[in-house]
Design a protein around this ligand. Structure first.
Ligand SMILES: [Fe+2]
Ligand SMILES: [Fe+2]
Length: 247
């Protein structure tokens, strides 16, 4: 039994992407096929695969039916996180999604899952992404403060979701945790954040996150060990569509 993670599949089998920006980079060309082949070569039926958000570009369930079928057909147990592009997933409808896809997919938010004796805790997360104001050399002079204040509220809501999930897992007897986020745990201005502090407080062994894609963004946040916690970026293009082994 192994646990794998990857994020940002950006599936859109039923929809044309308005902006085909991602297609400019070779790594995105026919990536669905490359990813499926990698999963089939690497994963066993009793393995678990966490998809760390931005799973589908469909605006509603009807528009992402083919995307969900593709995910469900991958080997192993599949656990999904909510990304900023997952518009089919209203925060209040997590239970309904879990009912609808029972036995096929598990949607991780305001709940927890498990792998061996680990509780899997996860939420979308959030981090402030600007706009930043730069000088001619590209150094940051300032940023949109109104946007940043709004971001702080979202961070608060997301850390609260994590806290509830950690507590539910703890009440169920779990003492070992892995924490999953879609957004990076810190923004480019921060060395630590409410997310890193929460991971430390609950002694999560690892924090796994996605969302940063395109080479210029691969090092936007923490990678490797920080304050005793192991951080990994698992965006699909960063991993070249090979899921990362977590445990
Ligand atoms: Fe993404
Ligand atoms: Fe994203």
């Amino acid at each position: 039994m192994a646990l794998y993670a990857i994020g940002d599949l950006h599936l859109h089998f039923q929809t044309e992407l308005k902006a085909k920006l991602q297609m400019k980079d070779r790594v995105w060309r026919n990536h669905e096929e490359a990813f499926r082949k990698n999963c089939e070569a690497m994963l066993q039926p009793d393995d678990t695969l966490v998809l760390a958000g931005d799973n589908s570009f469909g605006k509603n369930l009807a528009e992402c039916e083919a995307d969900m079928q593709y995910i469900a057909a991958l080997p192993g147990r599949k656990i999904l996180l909510r990304g900023n592009h997952d518009h089919y997933w209203d925060a209040k409808k997590t239970n309904a999604l879990n009912e609808y896809f029972r036995g096929k997919l598990f949607f991780l938010q305001n709940n927890f899952s498990s792998f061996e004796d680990y509780a899997l805790i996860g939420t979308k997360g959030h981090c402030f992404e600007g706009p930043f104001y730069l000088d001619r050399r590209g150094r940051i002079l300032g940023w949109d403060e109104k946007n940043e204040a709004q971001s702080r509220k979202l961070v608060e809501r997301e850390t609260d979701r994590l806290l509830q999930s950690f507590e539910a897992a703890r009440a169920a007897g779990y003492r070992k945790y892995l924490m999953f986020l879609h957004y990076p745990p810190t923004n480019i201005l921060e060395d630590e954040s409410p997310f890193t502090r929460l991971a430390e407080e609950y002694r999560a062994e690892q924090v796994i996150y996605a969302h940063s894609h395109g080479e210029s963004r691969f090092h936007d946040s923490i990678q490797g060990e920080f304050h005793g916690v192991q951080y990994s970026l698992v965006s699909g293009d960063y991993l070249k569509w090979r899921p990362k082994r977590i445990l």
